[in-house]
Design a protein around this ligand. Structure first.
Ligand SMILES: [Zn+2]
Length: 261
């Protein structure tokens, strides 16, 4: 009997370790595991989110060539995409536990982190998360194109505007919001946009203004110059042959559908 008890005790301890430790880890850190791979991406998720990974990998792979070609880069490794089951676990993972509900995607170095499109929270939807995943991949591609040093010099409006532009996150509703805010007050200058804190940037419609600026630059001067600017943001005047303030004025006229004087 004694031996039998001992065997049972060990079995209980083993059972405790196998059942409890993974649960505790799940509560504290990521409980995500590698659940799917595509040609250029490795997906980490819970079992519950495996069913959304085909859609995420399709949209990422469909946009991969265009974005890497535009930035003239080759990424040698698979990009990790971590899909969190809810906003709470995602916000903890990005070290921002009380983030507002609109914070649904991020990248840390060259890893892409996002909340599951199946559980997008109160602001976003399944469809908008399918754009967010491209947006975050664009940030990673830009990081590969210009490296740590230039990324820190990249103006916020250019970084955020370009990511939204490639992700197809500009639409008539955003154009209208930028246009009507401009008739109410003078828009922030590009350097004011660049100096706003992350939270203020959201509050002053920084995302809408930024993608509008990038759209203006692309429509007026083309993507080749835009890519040159991303790679050498300090040289805006040489690249466009105009001072930044002149470009800012042209942008305001563009948004208001006014011809240049
Ligand atoms: Zn962004």
């Amino acid at each position: 009997m004694k031996i039998k008890h001992r065997v049972w005790d060990i079995f209980t301890v083993v059972l405790f370790v196998f059942i409890t430790i993974p649960t505790l880890l799940g509560q504290n850190a990521d409980s995500l595991s590698l659940t799917q791979e595509s040609q250029h991406f490795a997906f980490y998720s819970t079992n519950g989110d495996i069913k959304v990974l085909d859609s995420l990998s399709t949209i990422l792979e469909n946009n991969y060539g265009r974005i890497t070609n535009r930035l003239e880069i080759q990424i040698k490794k698979k990009i990790k995409v971590k899909v969190y089951p809810d906003l709470g676990s995602f916000h903890i993972a990005i070290n921002y536990p009380n983030a507002p509900d609109w914070v649904v995607g991020s990248c840390i170095g060259d890893e892409l982190l996002m909340v599951s499109p199946l559980n997008p929270g109160s602001i976003h939807t399944y469809g908008s998360l399918m754009q967010v995943v491209i947006h975050e991949f664009v940030h990673i591609a830009v990081y590969y194109a210009i490296g740590d040093k230039v990324v820190t010099e990249l103006p916020t409006w250019l970084n955020e505007g370009y990511a939204q532009y490639e992700a197809g996150q500009i639409n008539d509703q955003i154009r209208k919001s930028v246009e009507s805010s401009m008739f109410e007050k003078v828009p922030p200058t590009w350097s004011q946009l660049n100096n706003a804190s992350a939270m203020d940037f959201g509050k002053i419609n920084g995302y809408g203004l930024s993608v509008s600026i990038v759209e203006f630059l692309v429509v007026t001067y083309g993507t080749t110059k835009l890519v040159l600017l991303i790679k050498d943001p300090k040289n805006i005047e040489a690249i466009y042959g105009l001072p930044e303030t002149t470009l800012e004025n042209q942008w305001i006229h563009y948004v208001k559908h006014e011809s240049l004087d």
